[in-house]
Design a protein around this ligand. Structure first.
Ligand SMILES: Nc1ncnc2c1ncn2[C@@H]1O[C@H](COP(=O)(O)OP(=O)(O)OP(=O)(O)O)[C@@H](O)[C@H]1O
Ligand SMILES: [Mg+2]
Length: 257
């Protein structure tokens, strides 16, 4: 078995009536969402609709005000949950790759393993090299982040997350900061992960990716889920006016509506 094989988890993600406010402003207004193990869910919606906030609540970078989130067999919203243990099962990839600039690619992929999981260095390096091979960067282990293109750095960020052998991967607009010519490489890695059965929640404006790779598309606006379902339905035949307006803006950027 490959050392970075997906941790098998039978629980997926269940979000029930989730509310989150910043001060008096409620930005998540009762979110219900289910992600089956092995499913890829793409989260789409206009700026400010609460997509990042929802992802951040899932791995408890933000604390929800009410409602429940079950993730990878843990109740993330339980105040007594062991966050360190829970977060080992949840990998996160951000728009800005957030690599450690003073560490080599290999070190970026071993540091959390050795510090958090207490994996012996040789084993951590083996796992990291497998993860780097998976993202097509086996030969880049000794480079430093500033010696890589944006797309390569993002693939290292994915390898770094995979090195923790998570059962769920969260992606927050992973290709938005990339030059167009490197977007395809990153999406290709994500597609491969999906094909291998990784459970994924992906915030993205890449509608072709959502259409082809997602099992389910969730459209959020104003802190609520407006519409969710099969990508062919939500993207190809949206039922709600808000979804239609959003998609026409994303699919025909520059158009005046
Ligand atoms: N730390 C914070 N403090 C106060 N308000 C916040 C904070 N983080 C987000 N918000 C507000 O919450 C709302 C939802 O923000 P969020 O970042 O989740 O939206 P988003 O859908 O990810 O948008 P984008 O597509 O621009 O990334 C916005 O109105 C935002 O200004
Ligand atoms: Mg966001």
């Amino acid at each position: 078995m490959n050392a970075t094989a997906t941790h098998v988890d039978s629980s997926g993600v269940t979000i029930t009536d989730l509310h989150k406010s910043y001060g008096k402003v409620e930005v998540l207004k009762g979110i219900d969402m289910r992600v089956e193990p092995g499913e890829v869910v793409c989260l789409i919606g206009p700026s400010g609709s609460g997509k990042s906030t929802l992802l951040r609540c899932i791995n408890v970078l933000e604390t929800a005000n009410s409602g429940t989130i079950e993730v990878a067999g843990f109740e993330a919203t339980d105040p007594d949950v062991d966050l360190d243990v829970m977060r080992r099962h949840v990998g996160m990839v951000f728009q800005q790759f957030n690599l450690f600039p003073q560490m080599s690619v290999l070190e970026n992929c071993t540091i959390a393993q050795t510090k958090v999981l207490k994996t012996p260095l040789a084993k951590a390096q083996e796992i990291a090299r497998d993860a780097l091979a998976k993202v097509g960067l086996a030969d880049f282990a000794d480079r430093y982040p500033d010696q890589l293109s944006g797309g390569q750095q993002q693939r290292v960020a994915i390898a770094r997350a995979l090195s923790m052998q998570p059962s769920l991967m969260l992606f927050d607009e992973p290709t938005s900061a990339l030059d167009p010519e490197t977007v395809g490489d990153v999406l290709g890695v994500m597609r491969q992960l999906a094909d291998e059965g990784m459970t994924m929640i992906v915030v993205t404006h890449e509608m072709a990716f959502a259409r082809e790779v997602a099992d389910k598309v969730v459209f959020m606006d104003g802190g609520v889920v407006v519409e969710q379902g099969d990508p062919a339905d939500v993207i190809g035949d949206p039922q709600h006016e808000r979804t239609q307006n959003f998609l026409s803006r994303v699919l025909h950027p520059g158009g005046i509506d």
